[in-house]
Every structure is written in C-alpha cells, then in structure tokens.
Design a protein around this ligand. Structure first.
Ligand code: ADP
Ligand code: MG
Length: 224
C-alpha cells in the first residue's frame, strides 16, 4: 500500500515536471513563431518564403505534440463542472470552421438544444477537436462532415462525428488509440490516444464504424 502510494506520488511528480517543462518551452516557441511571421513581411525570394512556411508548420506541429502530451501527462483532477454541451459543440465547430473551409469541407450538424454534461470543458473540447480534425484530414478533396448530438432515453448523451473520407480497414481500426500510430506524414498519433483516455476517465464509451473509401463514423456515449 505504502509502495503503491509512493509510486503514484512519483508519477504525479513526473507529470507535473513534464507539464511545467512543456509550458516553459511554449513561450520561446511562440516568440520564434512571431519573428518568423515578421520575417515573412520582408522582401524574400520564393525559396526563402518556403523555408519560413515550413519552419512555421514544424513549430505548429511541435506545439501540437506538446499540447497532446500535456493532456496525457496531466494528473487526474476530477474536474466535474456541469457544462452546456450544446454550446460547447457549436463553439468547437466554429473553431474548426477555418480549417474545414481551407480544405473545401462542409460541416453540417444536428445538435439537440440544452444538452448538459458533467466533466472538464477543456478535455471534452479536446476530444471534439481531435475527432473533427481527423475527419477533415481523412477527406482528400471535397467532402462533408456530419456532427450529431442527442440525449438518449437512458439519460446518456450520444455524439457522432461522421465523414465521407478515406475510411479505415479493420486492421487499422484495431490499432487506433495506441500512441504514435499514425498513417499521416506529419501525424503525431497522439490525438486518439488522448481522446480514448479522456472518454475512459469520464466513464464514456467510443465506437468506430468505418469502411475504406466510404468514410468513418465515431460514436461517443457520455454518461450525464
Ligand atoms: P494523427 O491524426 O496525428 O495521425 P490520431 O491519433 O488522431 O493521430 O489518429 C491516428 C490514425 O487514425 C490516423 O493517422 C489515421 O490513420 C486514423 N484515423 C483517425 N481518424 C480517422 C478518420 N476519421 N478517417 C480515417 N482514418 C482516421
Ligand atoms: Mg489526429
């Protein structure tokens, strides 16, 4: 028991250290990104512009990895505020709007009013962002993403994110959620790992239906 406790404490110290290192790295990265953007305003050759674009992209990717790690390393907080889920989904769709338009993708939604959920706002939003981001990235040219949310008879809430993108084989589906599994050139393979962990912690469930070439549907059920 004592040993167990020490182990948990150690893990907590490691998580906290990881979190503070990540926070401290963020600031210099943000300033480097700012200077890169300033440089972009100078008269540059096409090649120099491309180098800066790549540098900014890579900084953004490093930032995303840090964010996902922070979510994974975070010690359990048991944050349990009651959240206006309907509003949170609409807000998240707004956040993802520019990324979807940039990729010629339309997001449609059917979200019931007054859905409420208990949990951490930041974590639930991270789940939604990761799923919508994956849906956008699964669509190669034009496409549609459908987002649905409703209350069930047994007082659970179902959220669905469906895309008509490249889809997945059974083998791929079985690998989802293991860290670093990514089929993308610039993927982190951490997005779904984070989603699975958050949903599990909340006592929720996640189901995946997918067909190669047709599309994918993620269904999450939250207890309220
Ligand atoms: P990343 O997006 O960085 O690759 P994720 O953990 O978010 O990492 O996703 C892991 C892998 O799962 C992706 O690389 C992709 O192969 C697959 N995947 C996830 N969502 C979808 C989707 N909606 N359609 C097709 N494949 C998906
Ligand atoms: Mg992802």
């Amino acid at each position: 028991m004592r040993q167990e406790l020490q182990k948990t404490e150690k893990l907590n110290v490691i998580s906290q250290l990881a979190a503070s290192v990540a926070h401290e790295i963020r600031n210099p990265m943000t300033s480097v990104r700012g200077f890169m953007q300033l440089l972009q305003r100078e008269p540059l050759t096409r090649e120099q512009k491309r180098y800066i674009d790549v540098s900014i992209d890579e900084l953004d990717r490093a930032q995303e990895i840090i964010n996902q790690y922070l979510a994974l390393a975070k010690p359990q907080t048991n944050e349990n505020e009651i959240i206006n889920f309907t509003e949170l989904i609409h807000k998240t769709i707004d956040i993802m709007h520019s990324y979807s338009v940039l990729n010629n993708i339309q997001i449609t939604h059917q979200i019931e009013d007054s859905l409420k959920i208990k949990g951490s706002r930041i974590e639930i939003q991270q789940v939604l962002i990761n799923l919508i981001k994956n849906a956008i990235e699964a669509i190669q040219s034009e496409g549609v993403i459908r987002i649905m949310a409703k209350m069930n008879d047994n007082q659970t809430i179902t959220v669905q994110v469906e895309d008509n993108g490249i889809g997945m084989s059974i083998k791929q589906i079985n690998r989802l959620g293991s860290p670093y599994y990514s089929t993308k050139e610039k993927g982190t393979g951490l997005g779904l790992t984070v989603c699975f962990q958050i949903i599990k912690q909340m006592g929720g469930k996640i189901k995946i239906a997918s067909e190669p070439g047709k599309g994918t549907c993620f269904t999450i059920t939250f207890i309220t």
